[in-house]
Design a protein around this ligand. Structure first.
Ligand SMILES: Nc1nc2c(ncn2[C@@H]2O[C@H](COP(=O)(O)OP(=O)(O)OP(=O)(O)O)[C@@H](O)[C@H]2O)c(=O)[nH]1
Length: 354
């Protein structure tokens, strides 16, 4: 289970226990208010209905599927707590002509909606159920006399206000999450190609290096650079050049599909790929495939370019001893190999020996 989820569950259990303690602490004040003949009825409601319901939810929070049913469970908790209070109001009125206070209804709603985090649509559903129940209760037990209409209005307005406040909170949180996701995406991905940007590429490569060291598997770095791209830009314009950069990204995305493959845009028309667990033969095959894919694209190049069609050059390196090298070291070697490939006439690959 992710740490944040585990922490969230612990916080929820603490909130539930605090809720049970609040219910228990209210008993002291309520005993002072209630005639002694009603103490046993009241104690029964609190100790044998409300507090056990709360602890049942604490136990349910250890259930494997709790996360999935969480909103339903908390909504049921809210309705059960409220209706057990209604039952107390009803019996207090019918048997003792005593008007037990209804304010608990509002406290339970605020506790479940905000402390336990019931989502808006569950909050509004429980508000409707609880308001309807309160109206029926007032019909069965008109305990508040002339104050009945204002009591119903107060309960209805409070529960709707609570739900509306939750709606506002949920909308703000969802907007915040969307903005956060967008910012994370912007900070990690290159907008033109949607590949990793240089910084994210570096961070993820460090993690892959750590993985390769732990599992003692090989690590390879490839550096790719489009050939005579300046000529292409000069002839066809910057926008068309962007299209070619996107095409290179799409070739890379098609070839490097393993979950562990790291592909990023290193700079202008330069790309870096970091792979784990590849051997010499596989590395050669990958480089050949990259060159072949560009050939198959048949993108006419600018006059004076080394090839009639767009191509790229590749510098690559592979180490079987990832303990002895850093990512920067590997990129440096791949970069030198790339320049050798360019010097030898471009549209080719060069694998550096380690
Ligand atoms: N369209 C476009 N061009 C870019 C982008 N980033 C860098 N460039 C261009 O890429 C070109 C790179 O040129 P050079 O570094 O001289 O390399 P080259 O012409 O490809 O020559 P070789 O690398 O030797 O094959 C420059 O003209 C840059 O302006 C980009 O995001 N979009």
């Amino acid at each position: 289970m992710p740490i944040t989820k585990a922490k969230d569950l612990i916080r929820l259990r603490v909130a539930l226990v605090i809720g049970a303690l609040i219910v228990a602490s209210f008993m002291v004040a309520d005993f002072l208010l209630l005639p002694s003949t009603m103490h046993s009825l009241y104690t029964y409601d609190r100790l044998f209905i409300q507090i056990p319901i709360i602890f049942a939810v604490v136990l349910l929070s250890f259930w494997r599927r709790f996360e999935y049913y969480r909103a339903y469970i908390f909504t049921a908790l809210l309705v059960l707590l409220t209706y057990s209070n209604y039952w107390l109001i009803l019996v207090c009125w019918q048997e003792f002509q005593f008007a037990f206070p209804y304010e608990g209804t509002i406290l339970y709603a605020f506790y479940c909606v905000f402390a336990l985090g019931i989502p808006f649509r569950f909050a509004i559903t429980s508000a409707v159920i609880n308001i309807a129940g309160f109206i029926v209760l007032m019909w069965l037990a008109p305990a508040y006399g002339d104050r009945m209409p204002i009591s119903i209005g107060f309960v209805a307005a409070s529960l709707f206000t609570c739900s509306y406040a939750k709606y506002r909170l949920d909308s703000s949180l969802s907007l915040l999450k969307k903005t956060n996701d967008r910012l994370t995406k912007l900070s990690k991905f290159d907008p033109l190609t949607e590949l990793l940007n240089r910084r994210a590429l570096r961070n993820q490569s460090e993690s892959l290096l750590a993985y390769a060291r732990r599992h003692n598997v090989s690590l390879a770095v490839l550096m790719l650079d489009l050939d005579d791209f300046k000529k292409y830009n000069d002839k066809f314009g910057h926008q068309q050049g962007d299209e070619v950069i996107r095409q290179q990204a799409s070739i890379l995305k098609n070839i490097f599909k393993r979950e562990t493959d790291i592909v990023g845009r290193y700079g202008g028309e330069e790309f870096v790929v970091v792979l784990s667990d590849v051997d010499d033969k596989k590395l050669v095959q990958i480089c050949e495939n990259l060159l072949k894919d560009w050939k198959e694209e048949n993108v006419p190049h600018a006059p004076g370019a080394v090839n009639a069609f767009m191509s790229c050059s590749i510098g690559a390196v592979m180490t079987k001893k990832p303990n002895d090298i850093t990512i920067d070291g590997l990129i440096d070697i791949a970069d030198k190999a790339l320049y050798t490939a360019k010097d030898k006439g471009k549209a080719r690959f060069e694998i550096a020996q380690m």
